[in-house]
Design a protein around this ligand. Sequence first.
Ligand code: PXG
Ligand code: PLP
Length: 445
Amino acid sequence: MQESPFTSTDRQSLEAFWMPFTANRQFKSKPRVMVSAQGMHYTSEDGRQILDGTAGLWCVNAGHSCPEIAEAVQKQVMTLDFSPTFQMAHPGAFQLADRLSKMLPGDLNRVFFANSGSEAVDSALKIAIAYHRVCGQGTRQRLIGRERGYHGVGFGGISVGGIGPNRKFYGSLLAGVDHLPHTHSLEHNAFSKGQPAWGAHLADELERIVALHDASNIAAVIVEPVAGSTGVLVPPQGYLQRLRQICDKYGILLIFDEVISGFGRMGTGFAADYFGVIPDMITVAKGITNGTLPMGAVFVRQGIYDAFMEGSAENAIELFHGYTYSGHPVACAASMATLDIYEKEGLFQRAQSLSDYWEEAVHGLRGLPHVIDIRNIGLVAGIELASILGKPGARAFDCFLRCYERGLLIRTTGDIIALSPPLIIEKSHIDELFSMLTEVLKELP
Ligand code: PXG
Ligand code: PLP
């Protein structure tokens, strides 16, 4: 057994790392540290096996520590560790972009690389505004997000995002942003299986925003087709279609943020395929490398790319934007190996074929103490618990800690439990996951 680097370490050694989105003092007083992972399980520093109910952080879709990805990464580091992609390049970035473009619906066939979901989102927002400008419609600068949307933590992403605490500390944010209402309603949609019936009309709020600002001032609408971070909000039937229609009517670009919903989570390549709605851009990250290395991307419809090519002189740089590590060779190699696994093991179809079993299993929690809603789609589920009066989030966090002690990793946001296991999950793991969760829910105060 591997020796834990932490068990003999005094607390002081935990101080330097300022942990992201974490209650640092609470964590450091009682740390939860993983030392290895394989397939569906983590191993914690105290030597326990922990069933991964969240694919890491919605990213390890093919399960942990795949040897094929490790080999591809190692080989790439030894062959070509780094090459710039500004005014020169390496083969891997072209091969990966070409392969991704063939997986995508419609004419989404141009790929801009970033290193995270946050960078992908900010890139997409910049491309949207610049696109209208190169088309001679430079007044189209306003961006529209949605309440309870999560689009990462860049200034663009938090501006279009709809999570109060992620915004309120950071000043004036981007100017010219509006928000659609979120689609969550316990009153109308509690315990819906798959897409809820109520709520398509909420897309019509876009008409009101257009009436207020005029379409000539609006660049793009960005939404998560299925909102993940804020507790698994499944789009009402017809809602995304309606958004697409209104965007088309007014020449507004529609961006789907598929950082979570992409790469098989819905049982299809992308949520765009699942819902049959083709956006103008898709942002991805996470599952693109199975979480092994940082990478994000923006998929762009060909017409948008072409507008940049046609809108500038032959030798001019068409887009003044990019990251040192855009299309990093090692991340590209990790992604190629990841896509090989998704394809060879048919993981998207696997997620699709397990989704009914998953749905039945999660809805089996109905009636347990504190459970006020259950939502699901593909291999994702949200379980909403009644909050303790005056202590929002406390009940779900207690649940998270108890699950961890029992050997199950879940994710919580507010008083909502979010589940999104690796797509390699077996029915026996699903049974095990929900039996652990049931026991914990029964003992929760
Ligand atoms: N867009 C969406 C839809 C996301 O879910 C991002 C952008 C940002 O990606 P990066 O790679 O910059 O983190 C995300 C990320 C959670 C959780 O607990 C979700 C995310 C990140 C961390 C935690 O649900 N999503
Ligand atoms: N800050 C400084 C001083 C830099 O030189 C660079 C890139 O050259 C950056 C930030 C941006 O880094 P990246 O391209 O990795 O986003």
